[in-house]
Design a protein around this ligand. Structure first.
Ligand SMILES: O=C(O)CCC(=O)C(=O)O
Length: 277
C-alpha cells in the first residue's frame, strides 16, 4: 500500500503502513511515541485548563447527569493547542488511507479517567464494551479512531481494552468472550492508538491511584453527521484563521446550506464542496 505522509521520514511511512495493515487484520494498532515530551506536557496543562472551563460553563450537575467519567468535549473552543493534533502527519495519513481525504472529524474528546478501587469503579458507557460506530458494513470502513495517549497506557491505569478481530463480526460477541479475550493496549505517552470504529472496546479499570489522560478522535466519511458541529461551535472567525486542511477536517467544506442564496453560490464559495461522496 502506498502511504503519503507529506514529507515525513521513511520510518514514519513504515510505521503508518504497518498500522494500517494491523487495523485491517485485527482492528487496531499502536504507533508509539509520536508526540514529543514537550507537546505532551503542553497538552496535559491544556486539558486541565479546558476541564476547569467546561465545569464552569456546563456545571457539575449536568456533567454528572450525563453519566460520564471525565469526558471533555469541544476542547478546541477553550484552547488552540488541540488543533495541532489534527495536523500530525501520522494522524492525517491514517485518516486518508482509511476513510479518505474528504473525511471529517466526528469528535475530539479528552478523557481524564479517574482512579477508583475495582469495587468503586462506576459502570458507564466508556467502560462497557461497545463500538463507536455501531454499524457493520461488510468491511467498508466508514469511521476510524485515533486515540492519543497523553499519559502512558498501562494495565493498571485503564489502558483501552480491545477485542482483536471483532471489527469483522456483524454481531456483538458474547460478553464472556470479550472479557476473556480483551487486550489492554499498553503504550508510552505520546503514542497513537488507532482502531477501526467497529472494533469492540472499552476503557480499562484505572486502579493506579492517578488520573489517566487521553484524547480520542473519531474520523468519518464526510457525509456522516458530526457529534458536535465544530464549525458552528468554533465560529467563522476562528475557522478562517486555521490552516486549510484543518478547516476541511473540521467540516468547513461539508456545511449544510441554510438558504437559496447559500445554495446558488459559485463553486469556490459553496458551503458543501462537490465530489465528496
Ligand atoms: O478511555 C478509553 O480508553 C476508551 C473510552 C471509550 O471507549 C469511549 O469513550 O468511547
Amino acid at each position: 500500500m502506498t502511504v503519503h505522509t507529506h514529507g515525513v521520514s521513511a520510518s514514519t511511512d513504515i510505521a503508518v503502513a504497518n498500522a494500517l495493515e494491523a487495523i485491517r487484520l485485527v482492528g487496531y494498532a499502536v504507533i508509539p511515541s509520536v508526540l514529543d515530551e514537550r507537546f505532551v506536557a503542553e497538552i496535559t496543562a491544556s486539558m486541565h485548563r479546558a476541564h476547569a472551563r467546561i465545569v464552569a460553563e456546563v456545571g457539575h450537575e449536568r456533567l454528572e447527569r450525563a453519566g460520564e467519567m471525565g469526558v471533555l468535549r469541544a476542547m478546541m473552543r477553550y484552547d488552540a493547542t488541540f488543533f495541532r493534533l489534527l495536523e500530525q502527519p501520522e494522524v492525517l495519513a491514517l485518516v486518508d488511507a482509511t476513510v479518505g481525504e474528504h473525511a471529517i472529524l466526528h469528535l475530539q474528546n479528552g478523557f481524564i479517567l479517574p482512579s477508583h478501587s475495582p469495587e468503586a469503579t462506576p459502570r458507564v458507557f466508556q467502560n462497557v464494551f461497545h463500538r463507536d460506530f455501531p454499524r457493520y458494513l461488510n468491511g467498508y470502513v466508514a469511521s476510524v479512531n485515533v486515540m492519543v495517549a497523553i499519559d502512558p497506557f498501562t494495565a493498571d491505569n485503564g489502558a483501552t481494552l480491545v477485542v482483536p478481530g471483532s471489527h469483522r463480526q456483524p454481531d456483538r460477541p458474547e460478553t464472556a468472550y470479550m472479557e476473556r479475550s480483551a487486550i489492554p493496549v499498553t503504550c508510552p505517552a505520546g503514542s497513537l492508538v488507532a482502531f477501526d470504529s467497529t472494533l469492540w472496546h472499552a476503557a480499562g479499570q484505572n486502579t493506579s491511584g492517578a488520573e489517566r489522560l487521553a484524547i480520542n478522535h473519531q474520523f468519518t466519511r464526510s457525509w456522516i453527521k458530526q457529534q458536535i458541529d465544530y464549525v458552528r461551535t468554533l465560529g467563522d472567525e476562528t475557522m478562517l484563521g486555521l490552516p486549510p486542511r484543518t478547516q476541511q477536517i473540521l467540516g468547513w467544506y461539508t456545511r449544510v446550506v441554510t438558504s437559496l442564496d447559500e445554495y446558488y453560490q459559485p463553486q469556490e464559495r459553496r458551503l458543501y464542496r462537490s465530489g465528496q461522496g
